[in-house]
Design a protein around this ligand. Structure first.
Ligand code: FMN
Length: 366
């Protein structure tokens, strides 16, 4: 059951909006510029008809799968989103516990309010028979600090590094500019708080302080050769997040990535970039099973997950709905969001004649 009797994620977002400060709600909800891509991400899934099969025995269903070799109870993962302590006091610990309890992977953002060591310890990961935490990486201009962060994530037990490649600068989110977005006193980028001022996103700009942080600290010269650099500093599999083109997906294969995540950052970077539902199929075709393809952006219903699997995704990642769960019910709220997705996917698979995830083949979406 979702918090406060919400029936679906749209209703939950309304409840979250009432709980959050206007600045935090806008930071979570917003997209870049006209927010065209933000809206299209959701709309494009809904436009894909599901050509269901009939008279298939669906009395038992199996939603489980694996991602990068790790067993998960369902093909629904938690996307990396920054600053969970804007939503609830326990922040990323609540998210990690919720994901572990639901048997799935949480991808922790570089920009978390909780250290990667503490998040990995909160779930105990594979050692406790639970899926690992993955670590999302932003590459700083300070490469030594970046490599040290990767080493910490690996030592803490993270199962993969997710390299975000769609943010050489922060997309302009006008709601954040208007609100002069910054972290309230006491909240920091904890992973970097030991390194000079890399932990500080407090008010320092009359626009978005996060945009200023990105411009100053993160490395806009990042290029394909840095995938090799990253692979040279970690033994963990590297997933490249932020791909919307088949040729870039092929480059990721050529550069040794273990997975690509088809993503436009939830419509927060280049406004006008394609909805992920429209590019997933061609990207999966280009990669042809050589590496895993994951997708995020606008997944709001179990049927969207089924559509994504049918187009060739191994799993989806969920961004904002998890934040709405945290804001309205902390760990239990985030867990309820995941179990709502599980319930809806199970029902969609039942109605579509798909007893297991491998039955979600391309013909389902026409
Ligand atoms: C509030 C917020 C913060 C985010 N922070 C990060 C981040 O730190 N790193 C990253 O790679 N992606 C980040 N993203 C993008 C998400 O990982 C994901 O691509 C996107 O939210 C998926 O779309 P959805 O929110 O429509 O599910 C963020 C998204 C939101 C909404």
């Amino acid at each position: 059951m979702l918090p406060s009797g919400a029936l679906n994620l749209r209703e939950l977002e309304e409840l979250a909006r009432e709980k959050l400060s206007p600045m935090a709600y806008a930071y979570y909800a917003s997209g870049a510029l006209e927010e065209v891509t933000l809206r299209e991400n959701v709309a494009a899934w809904a436009r894909l008809p599901l050509h269901y099969r009939v008279l298939v025995d669906v009395s038992e269903r199996d939603l489980s799968t694996t991602v990068l070799g790790a067993p998960v109870s369902m093909p629904i993962l938690v996307a990396p989103t920054a600053f969970h302590k804007l939503a609830c006091e326990a922040g990323e610990l609540a998210t990690a516990r919720a994901a572990a309890a639901e048997g799935t992977v949480m991808c922790l953002s570089s920009l978390s309010n909780t250290r990667v060591e503490d998040v990995c310890a909160a779930t105990a990961g594979p050692a406790a028979g639970r899926p690992p935490v993955w670590f999302q990486l932003y590459v700083y201009r300070d490469r030594a600090a970046t490599a040290a962060l990767v080493a910490r994530a690996e030592a803490a037990g993270a199962g993969a590094i997710v390299l975000t490649v769609d943010a050489p600068v922060l997309g302009r989110r006008e709601r954040d500019v208007r609100n002069e977005f910054h972290l309230p006193d006491g909240l920091r980028v904890e992973n970097m708080s030991a390194v000079s001022d890399l932990g500080d996103v407090s008010l320092r700009s009359s626009a978005s302080s996060l945009a200023a942080y990105f411009a100053e600290k993160l490395d806009p010269s990042l290029s394909w050769k840095d995938v090799a650099w990253l692979r040279s500093v970690t033994r963990l599999p590297v997933a490249v997040k932020g791909i919307v083109r088949p040729d870039d997906a092929r480059r990721a294969v050529d550069h040794g990535a273990a997975a690509v995540i088809v993503s436009n950052h939830g419509g927060r970077q280049l406004d006008g970039s394609p909805a992920t539902a429209t590019v997933l199929g061609p990207i999966a075709d280009a990669v042809r099973g050589r590496i895993e393809v994951l997708v995020d952006g606008g997944v709001r219903r179990g049927a969207d997950v089924l559509r994504a699997l049918s187009l060739g995704a191994r799993a989806v990642l969920i961004g904002r709905p998890i934040l709405w769960g945290l804001a309205t019910g902390g760990e239990d709220g985030a867990r309820a969001v995941l179990s709502t997705f599980r319930f809806e996917l199970d029902q969609a698979m039942t109605l579509a004649g798909c007893p297991s995830v491998v039955d979600a083949t391309r013909d389902l979406v026409g």
